[in-house]
Design a binder for this molecule. Structure first.
Ligand SMILES: Cc1cc2nc3c(=O)[nH]c(=O)nc-3n(C[C@H](O)[C@H](O)[C@H](O)COP(=O)(O)O)c2cc1C
Length: 454
């Protein structure tokens, strides 16, 4: 039996956090002005994307005590930006990356439920669990959470948030002038939660929101992160695997883990971050990509990118020479502070990189460009449309969170040139047919649990 064709889920990622050189192109605009966010979000909506996506950084990163000069200075607050975008978009989902380590569940659940009301049911929350003590210094709980406990806290955080969102039933608010009653139930909003991380009770202030519960994504790919995504609550996982060779085993692993938790196939969506470079011919696209990578990753930039894995000062190594001949030093004092750890084992990573550099005769800088400047989808619009579609149909993912090197106008040419081809292929909607983010993603609303107090 042939399987029905999968529709591609598309999120639009606006560079800012983890972006080496947001201003390297003369055409680049501000990453802070509301006009930039508006332009990118409205472009995504014009392209019938499922959602707009913001990453999060809660600390200004440092390299050896100085502001990390590759970092982008200034990180506006995610929820405030998304609330502004709710007003200038109509169908687009609004997904914010928000940390489960440093935030408080009551406060965050309240903000997310509020955004769901303001946007008419378009809110998504990408849960991240970064728990480094350097970032924690900015918070009351600075450094209090052992790394091994990040998912225990995230799980408790999410189940408490869900209890809060469920603490109001849909029909709890009534305006019965005759009886003078406005609440159907005296216990509307009541909640109580006891766990290792949280011991809270009271009443939630926000009535049930249009989606009941925002859509939940999570970003984190360790074994614990995968278990959390497959077995816990998340509806989708944001992954870093954008080549088919890495993406297919990850996709399979998430499906197998979900099945062990009794979930039907495909119920946890997998969405890698990915980028594209277009050209009128394939050769032009390849050359354009080479130029972008060269501009983005200078010799100095390459040293710094490799330092994120080596955890050593590599400024003495010639960018045009071989890879550093020393091992990484993960136990040493952090050279770079506040950067999310995605490379699981630096020794394995370095061993893999040495093999790639040897096979291709890469210098330090060429290796950094190969690893950090990699763009999977480079070609003519027709080639890119075909490759995105076949990546999804071959179970590399269920879609992509797409970014571009240019803020805020990088998505324009994708929407103008690639989106119509995806639509022609039947891989992307031509009109929105629902009003909420759950409708866009075809993720059913959770069954309402009537104010269950545990
Ligand atoms: C694709 C991806 C994107 C991430 N984006 C963010 C982010 O925007 N902000 C953040 O604080 N952490 C981010 N993280 C870090 C994770 O939340 C987490 O701290 C880290 O990856 C450790 O989780 P893990 O060990 O399960 O991978 C991201 C991780 C991945 C894999």
């Amino acid at each position: 039996m042939t399987r029905p064709r999968k529709q591609i889920i598309l999120g639009a990622y606006l560079g800012g956090v983890n972006h080496q050189t947001v201003w390297s192109d003369p055409a680049a605009g501000s990453q802070i002005d509301f006009a930039s966010f508006r332009h990118a979000a409205q472009t995504a909506e014009r392209g019938k994307f499922d959602f707009f996506f913001l990453a999060e950084g809660l600390a200004l990163r440092e390299r050896q005590g100085q502001i990390f000069d590759q970092d982008v200075l200034g990180r506006p607050d995610t929820l405030t930006v998304l609330a502004g975008l709710a007003e200038v978009t109509e169908h687009l989902g609004l997904v914010g990356t928000l940390n489960a380590t440093f935030n408080e569940p009551y406060e965050l659940a309240r903000q997310l439920a509020t955004l769901d009301h303001l946007s008419g049911g378009r809110t998504g929350w990408n849960i991240v669990t970064s728990s480094d003590a350097f970032t924690g210094q900015n918070f009351r709980r600075g450094g209090f959470l052992a790394r091994e406990e990040r998912y225990t806290r995230a799980e408790e955080f999410l189940s408490l948030a869900r209890q809060l969102w469920d603490s109001w039933a849909e029909d709890d608010i009534v305006a019965d002038k005759e009886s003078g009653r406005f609440l159907r139930r005296g216990d509307a909003g009541a909640f109580a939660f006891q766990g290792r991380q949280f011991d809270v009770s009271g009443r939630f202030t926000v009535p049930r929101s249009p989606q009941g519960q925002p859509v939940i994504l999570q970003a984190g790919v360790s074994a614990e992160g995968r278990e959390f995504a497959a077995g816990g609550g998340p509806d989708a996982i944001f992954s870093p695997y954008h080549t088919l060779a890495e993406a297919q085993p990850f996709y399979r692993d998430i499906q197998e883990r979900s099945a062990r938790h009794g979930k039907p196939d495909g119920s946890v969506k997998v969405l890698p971050g990915a980028a594209f470079v277009l050209g009128d011919t394939e050769a032009e696209a390849v050359e354009r990509h080479r130029e972008i990578a060269r501009t983005q990753i200078s010799g100095r930039g390459a040293q710094i990118l490799l330092e994120t894995v080596w955890n050593r000062d590599l400024s003495g190594y010639d960018p045009d020479g071989p890879l550093p001949d020393v091992d990484p030093d993960p136990e040493g004092a952090p050279v770079i502070q506040g950067r999310a750890r995605i490379h699981q084992n630096p020794f394995d990573t370095v061993a893999r990189w040495r093999a790639v550099a040897a096979d291709n005769k890469y210098s330090l800088r060429q290796l950094a460009i190969h690893v950090f400047g990699h763009v999977e989808f480079v070609g003519t619009p027709a080639q890119v449309a075909e490759r995105l579609d076949s990546f999804v149909q071959n179970d590399g993912s269920d879609g992509f969170i797409l970014g571009s090197h240019l803020t805020p106008t990088g998505l324009d040419e994708f929407v103008d040139k690639v989106v119509p081809l995806l639509q022609e292929r039947g891989a992307l909607r031509t009109e929105y047919d629902g009003s909420t983010l759950r409708d866009n993603l075809r993720i059913p609303a959770p069954v309402e649990r009537q104010a269950a107090v545990v």
